[in-house]
Design a protein around this ligand. Structure first.
Ligand code: ZN
Ligand code: ZN
Length: 140
């Protein structure tokens, strides 16, 4: 295909679906938790420039289970599970920054049961383990 610099289409508004795709790809590409600020910097080159747009897209991705917010890091990660069922638990390595996402139905069940007994209305549930991953433990 010949290169025609002038044939480049003018920057147009991207659809919400396009924005979500760009952002989830950026999250996956990062392979580690990224802050909203970093994400905004990363997607700038893809025509997604307005921070509120990025925040809205992130919220949609979180609602759809395609991304997660790590409260303790104030950062975002792409979901590791193609078919998400329920809440995820995260093990975050403080040394290398690796995040492992896993399901722990029993932990969620125990917390939900407590909330029910205590008549506590849960707004959100975040389960994050902080420490050292296997690789970092091995290398000291
Ligand atoms: Zn997930
Ligand atoms: Zn590590």
């Amino acid at each position: 295909m010949p290169h025609h610099p002038t044939s480049k289409p003018p920057a147009k508004r991207r659809s919400a679906a396009d924005q979500d795709k760009i952002i989830v790809e950026a999250l996956r590409g990062a392979g580690r938790p990224v802050s909203a600020y970093e994400l905004i910097e990363q997607v700038r080159g893809f025509g997604v420039t307005a921070p509120p747009t990025v925040y809205r897209a992130l919220q949609r991705l979180i609602d759809d289970g395609l991304a997660h917010r790590l409260e303790s890091l104030n950062a975002f990660v792409a979901c590791n599970h193609p078919h998400h069922a329920g809440k995820a638990v995260f093990a975050i390595c403080d040394t290398c920054g690796t995040v492992n996402e896993f399901d722990s139905a029993s932990a969620i069940k125990a917390l939900t049961a407590w909330a029910k007994t205590a008549e506590f209305e849960v707004r959100s549930m975040t389960l994050e383990l902080r420490g050292k991953c296997k690789g970092c433990v091995a290398t000291g």
